[in-house]
Design a protein around this ligand. Structure first.
Ligand code: ATP
Ligand code: MG
Length: 248
């Protein structure tokens, strides 16, 4: 379904170049669910943005269904069946939830209430609400997930779908994401949650912009716990403060 070949991503800020992703080569098969995990700042959302066409990679290629889509923009990729639920959903002044559902549903032809009901939001309460800052963080996040379900793309990427979701809705969310996965599609879930890591076919661990581990939950979970135990191994540049003792 998707192949990433030697993906590299660099950003330039204040004339300083920073490497965000380096040498990432991965394949994602049809019919499988993947989890992308790793410490904060390791590059998970950046990689999702490269797949969605929000960032063009500095090096490497993105191959989707056998076609090189590296140079294509977001809209073209969305038309080809790639969808991304943002970690931090955008607010759209002037747009209501019902408008968003209608736009998202163009491809799937589902009823506009369906994704809201799936994600546990009452349509009568939410359809007319504006997609602005009046929505709580959790409501906005749930509408973002509902939008991706409504789009029903072949390749779907959920970026920390559980963030801000209350405990009561979390179980439902995991169930909905799992059951919405189609045998001919591919699902990638960026997550730190053990329950989500438990439900996928394969886990990919990203650290410092590179893939350091890949395998089933049973194979790599113990190593993930070990490798993410100590995140900063450098001393304070102002002196007098050594980094945390990673051996404890
Ligand atoms: N536009 C940008 N310019 C400069 N640096 C950036 C930019 N976008 C992201 N970064 C940096 O790239 C690194 C990776 O960011 P990214 O958002 O991909 O991390 P992440 O793994 O998704 O983290 P989290 O678990 O916190 O969501 C971070 O150090 C971040 O500060
Ligand atoms: Mg992120």
């Amino acid at each position: 379904m998707l192949e990433l070949k030697q993906i590299g991503l660099k950003f330039l800020s204040d004339e300083k170049e920073s490497t965000i992703l380096e040498g990432i080569s991965l394949t994602f098969e049809r019919g499988r669910i993947y989890a992308l995990t790793g410490p904060n700042g390791s590059g998970k959302s950046s990689l999702a943005r490269v797949i969605m066409g929000i960032h063009l990679p500095t090096t490497g290629q993105v191959i989707y269904k056998g076609e090189d889509i590296t140079a294509l923009g977001i809209a073209e990729r969305a038309r080809k069946g790639i969808g991304y639920a943002f970690q931090h959903p955008a607010r759209f002044k002037g747009l209501r939830v019902t408008d968003m559902m209608e736009i998202a549903m163009r491809r799937s032809g589902n009823h506009e209430c369906w994704p809201l009901l799936k994600i546990g939001l009452c349509p009568d309460e939410y359809l007319e609400r504006p997609l602005d800052a009046s929505l709580s963080g959790g409501e906005s996040k749930r509408i973002e997930v509902a939008t991706l379900l409504a789009q029903d793309p072949d390749l779907r990427i959920f970026d920390e779908p559980e963030a801000g979701i209350d405990l009561w809705s979390f179980e439902q969310l995991v169930e909905v994401i799992g059951s919405s996965h189609r045998p001919n599609g591919t699902t990638i879930i960026i997550s730190h949650q053990e329950k989500i890591l438990n439900m996928v076919d394969e886990i990919i661990l990203l650290e410092d912009g590179t893939v350091t581990l890949r395998g089933s939950q049973a194979e790599i979970w113990p190593q993930i716990r070990e490798s993410t135990r100590c995140s900063c191994r450098r001393d304070c540049p102002r002196g007098g403060m050594p980094h945390a003792d990673c051996s404890r």
